[in-house]
Design a protein around this ligand. Structure first.
Ligand SMILES: [Zn+2]
Ligand SMILES: [Zn+2]
Length: 346
C-alpha cells in the first residue's frame, strides 16, 4: 500500500479577501487507524460555509496544520485492531461530529452535540480534503444505496442539520412553518417538511425574486422578502441567514408561543445593531421563544439519511477536483452557487 497521500491543508487563520489560496496542496503520511478507528479512502467531500468560518477564524481550528472538510463519503480501507463494525470496502459517511466524550450528562441523554468535549471533523480532527482520513467506527454511517458518493456528501451537513432544525421546531402536522433564507439547507428542509408534515403550509422569506419563485415551484404556499409580513402567523420559523435583521423581522411573523430556531454556527457582525431595534412587547413577548441549533448528533445523521433515501432528496451538485478546493471556497464566499459544492477526491 502507498505510504503518502495528497491533502489540502490550512496552516493558519487567514482572510479570503486577502489570501485567495488559503489551502496548500501537500503530501502527508496516510494516517494509521488506532484501536476503534477505521481508515477511510475518501471519494467525495462536500464544501461547506463552515469551512469559511474556520479558515477566517470565526470558529477556529484547534490545531494546525488542519485538513478541513466534514461531509465525507468513502470506503473503508482498513480497520484498527479493535474495530469490527465495517468490512474493507464498505461505503461510509463521516459528518461534523467526529467524537464526543460519551460519559457526561449531555452524552448520556442523547445530547452529545452539546458535550463540552465535542470534537468536530475538519476543525478538531483532520477531515476530508484529503485522499484518506480516520474516524472512530462509531462515528461513521452506512450510506443508503440510492445515493452516489457525490450526492451523499452534502446531505451529511446541510441536510442533517436541517433535519435537526426541523426537529427542534417541535411543530405538529398542520402547523404553519416559516423558512428565513432559502439556500442549500432551506430547500432541503422544505422537502423534508412536506414529507413529514403533509398538512403543514411552508412560508419562505428570501432576498431574491429567483429564490422566491424557486420556493413556490417546490411547493411553498407563500414566498416574499424577510421584511414582509406573512399572510398568516407562523408556529415556527427556521432561520438560516448569516444576519441579524431577518431574525427581528421573523419574530414579527411568529404566532403567540411560537418558536424561532436559528440554524447558524456563527452570525456576522455587520447588522448586529438591528437587535437594539427589537420591540419586546410586540416582537418577543407572548411567550415567543428563540432557540439555536448547535452541532449534530449521530441520531440526526442516521435518521436523516434514511429519510432522504425515502423521499428521496437528491442535491444539485457542482464538482471540483481536490486540488481546486481553494476555487470552491472562493466561489462559496462570493456566492457563486450552482448547487452543493463537492470535491471529487478519488
Ligand atoms: Zn457543514
Ligand atoms: Zn460528553
Amino acid at each position: 500500500m502507498r505510504q503518502v497521500m495528497k491533502a489540502m491543508v490550512l496552516k493558519k487563520i487567514t482572510s479570503l479577501d486577502k489570501n485567495r489560496s488559503p489551502l496548500e496542496l501537500v503530501e502527508l503520511p496516510i494516517p494509521i487507524p488506532n484501536e476503534q478507528e477505521v481508515l477511510v479512502k475518501v471519494s467525495a467531500c462536500g464544501v461547506c460555509h463552515t469551512e469559511l468560518d474556520e479558515l477566517e477564524g470565526r470558529t477556529p481550528p484547534s490545531k494546525f496544520p488542519i485538513i478541513l472538510g466534514h461531509q465525507i463519503v468513502g470506503r473503508v480501507e482498513k480497520s484498527g485492531p479493535h474495530a469490527g463494525r465495517f468490512k474493507t470496502g464498505d461505503r461510509v459517511g463521516i459528518a461534523w461530529i467526529h467524537s464526543a466524550c460519551g460519559k457526561c450528562k449531555f452524552c448520556r441523554s442523547g445530547m452529545e452535540n452539546l458535550c463540552n468535549d465535542f470534537k468536530a471533523t475538519g476543525r478538531d480532527a483532520d477531515g476530508g480534503y484529503a485522499e484518506f482520513t480516520t474516524v472512530s467506527e462509531h462515528y461513521a454511517y452506512k450510506i443508503p444505496e440510492v445515493f452516489s458518493d457525490a450526492e451523499a456528501a452534502p446531505l451529511l451537513c446541510a441536510g442533517a442539520i436541517g433535519y435537526r432544525s426541523l426537529r427542534l421546531t417541535g411543530i405538529n402536522d398542520g402547523d404553519n412553518l416559516g423558512l428565513t433564507g432559502f439556500g442549500a439547507s432551506g430547500h432541503l428542509v422544505l422537502k423534508m417538511a412536506q414529507h413529514q408534515y403533509p398538512n403543514t403550509n411552508v412560508f419562505v422569506f428570501s432576498r431574491t425574486a429567483t429564490e422566491q419563485h424557486f420556493a413556490k415551484d417546490l411547493g411553498a404556499i407563500w414566498a416574499g422578502s424577510s421584511e414582509e409580513r406573512s399572510p398568516e402567523k407562523l408556529h415556527a420559523i427556521i432561520d438560516t441567514t448569516p444576519a441579524w435583521r431577518p431574525i427581528v423581522e421573523a419574530l414579527k411573523n411568529l404566532e403567540h408561543g411560537g418558536r424561532l430556531v436559528i440554524n447558524a454556527i456563527r452570525k456576522e457582525e455587520a447588522d448586529k445593531d438591528a437587535l437594539i431595534a427589537l420591540d419586546y412587547q410586540h416582537e418577543l413577548w407572548m411567550e415567543k421563544e428563540i432557540k439555536s441549533v448547535a452541532n449534530i448528533t449521530r441520531r440526526d445523521v442516521e435518521e436523516f439519511l434514511q429519510l432522504a433515501a425515502l423521499i428521496p432528496i437528491k442535491p444539485e451538485l457542482q464538482e471540483y477536483r481536490l486540488e481546486d478546493a481553494n476555487t470552491a471556497l472562493l466561489e462559496l464566499k462570493e456566492r457563486k452557487i450552482r448547487g452543493a459544492k463537492v470535491l471529487r477526491v478519488g
